[in-house]
Design a protein around this ligand. Structure first.
Ligand SMILES: [Zn+2]
Ligand SMILES: [Zn+2]
Length: 449
């Protein structure tokens, strides 16, 4: 029946369909990617010589354009207030390597430079040339940044000004910068507990800083599900079926800057952890029924009796808010103003305060230097004191007598990212010296306390 359709009508139909296939958005897109010559040549070829020849012409033009571009990489070196900027426009292939090495070679050794890579392609020869140059520059104390077209950094420089969360990749993208600056009275390197004496509450700015918390939790969780969960699922499944068998009980402060698994290089199943304000261990028998202080004792009993851990560590840290509060002293309380839970808890730190004031004990100290201030002195003393409380627990005492349990005192200096371990070294008097030794990078075996 097709022979009944007039040829002119059929031709018109084909033309309408053909014209509709021309999309201006597509042309704009092609133009943006600088592929318009290819497009134009193909259209002209199809119109002049027919579809097949037109497409062949287009392919030919595309090859010529690509070759031209590969050969036309522009490499420039400029200097902006003491910093050298090497800009590479176009693709980096072996064709551009001679010019690249010549330009890079003109920079002085040990230079502070940014390399802007504008293209989307770099072949192996170019990559090796850049890496070799970077290695030589770094060896001579240089600092090389690589940036993409937008100016965003695409590789970590040797030393970045911003380094608060660099070493652990999953944490690296957290938005520590979107947090508004803390109120002035709360800034600085040390934290402090809110003053429980004043009922004024937190300032509005401090409140605004916490508003993103829910979002941060969710984005952190989904990042874990996406990136980390697939890697740890097998190991966690094993732990789930076999049950936990940790070899250490780790007692430390609730402070957010103390990341126990990071500083001990441990993972799932390694540390049975107790965290509380001030890493306090209430001595046994200080919890009258109903006072709610049994939590730490319960954890100790479970870890020592049931899990049969081989060591217990009490870990204090620099700038501890609980120690600062203890030093400041309790705000007045009376019948009309009863003790807050915080201060009821902090009373377990009072023996540490007394120990520091007492002349019977030599001061706990860090080997090689004096404690920076009262707070650090109390942080160290508190570790020693809480270890003493720990020894008084029945289960601990029994395992210590058996010789199957070790106790460790530890201090983590947040600002230095440095761990210190308590050793009872040479006695200077009747009491042993309590010295915290810096843990080096090659340490393997430590003795118990
Ligand atoms: Zn950061
Ligand atoms: Zn603390």
């Amino acid at each position: 029946m097709f022979e009944w359709i007039p040829l002119a009508a059929l031709a018109a139909l084909v033309m309408v369909v053909g014209v509709q296939m021309v999309s201006f958005a597509h042309i704009r897109n092609v133009h943006k990617h600088r592929e318009f010559p290819v497009y134009a040549a193909t259209v002209a070829g199809v119109v002049a010589f027919g579809a097949l020849a037109g497409v062949a012409l287009g392919v030919g033009v595309a090859v010529i354009v690509s070759l031209h571009r590969l050969g036309r990489t522009k490499i420039t070196a400029t200097e902006q207030d003491g910093r050298h900027v090497v800009t590479v426009h176009g693709q980096l292939t072996f064709l551009a390597v001679p010019r690249l090495t010549r330009t890079l070679g003109q920079l002085p050794p040990g230079v502070d430079a940014t390399v802007e890579l504008d293209g989307f392609f770099m072949d192996h020869a170019a990559y090796e040339a850049i890496q070799a140059w970077r290695g030589a520059q770094l060896a001579q104390g240089g600092r090389i940044d690589f940036t993409g077209r937008s100016g965003s950094r695409i590789a970590e420089p040797a030393a970045a000004a911003h380094s608060c969360c660099r070493p652990w990749t999953p944490w690296r993208n957290h938005h520590c910068h979107d947090r508004p600056t803390r109120p002035a009275d709360n800034s600085g390197t040390t934290d402090s507990l809110p003053d429980s004496g004043s009922g004024s509450g937190t300032s509005p700015t401090a409140g605004a800083g916490r508003k993103g918390g829910a979002h941060r939790l969710l984005s952190g969780l989904s990042s874990f599900q996406r990136n980390t969960a697939p890697l740890v699922r097998d190991e966690l499944a094993r732990l789930a079926s076999e049950g936990q068998c940790p070899s250490q009980l780790f007692i430390t402060c609730a402070d957010s800057r103390l990341v126990t698994s990071m500083i001990t290089s441990s993972g799932p199943g390694d540390l049975f952890t107790v965290r509380n304000v001030g890493n306090l261990v209430p001595p046994p028998g200080t919890a009258p029924a109903g006072s709610g202080d049994d939590s730490v004792a319960a954890a100790i009993e479970y870890a020592v009796e049931v899990l049969r851990v081989e060591s217990i560590t009490v870990c204090g840290h620099s700038g501890c808010g609980a120690m600062q509060a203890l030093l400041k002293g309790e705000p007045d309380s009376g019948p009309e103003k009863p003790r807050t839970p915080l201060w009821r808890w902090l009373r377990h730190g009072l023996p540490s305060l007394e120990r520091m004031a007492s002349r019977r004990h030599s001061w706990a100290r860090i080997s090689g230097r004096l404690p920076t201030d009262e707070v650090e002195q109390l942080c160290l003393t508190n570790v020693v004191q809480q270890l003493e409380h720990l020894r008084a627990h029945e289960s601990v005492a029994r395992r210590l007598a058996e010789g199957t349990l070790q106790l460790h005192g530890m201090y983590f200096h947040v600002g230095e990212a440095q761990a210190y371990l308590l050793t009872e070294g040479s006695s200077s008097g009747t009491e042993p010296d309590e010295v915290f030794d810096r843990v080096g990078t090659g340490e393997l075996e430590r003795t118990g306390v």
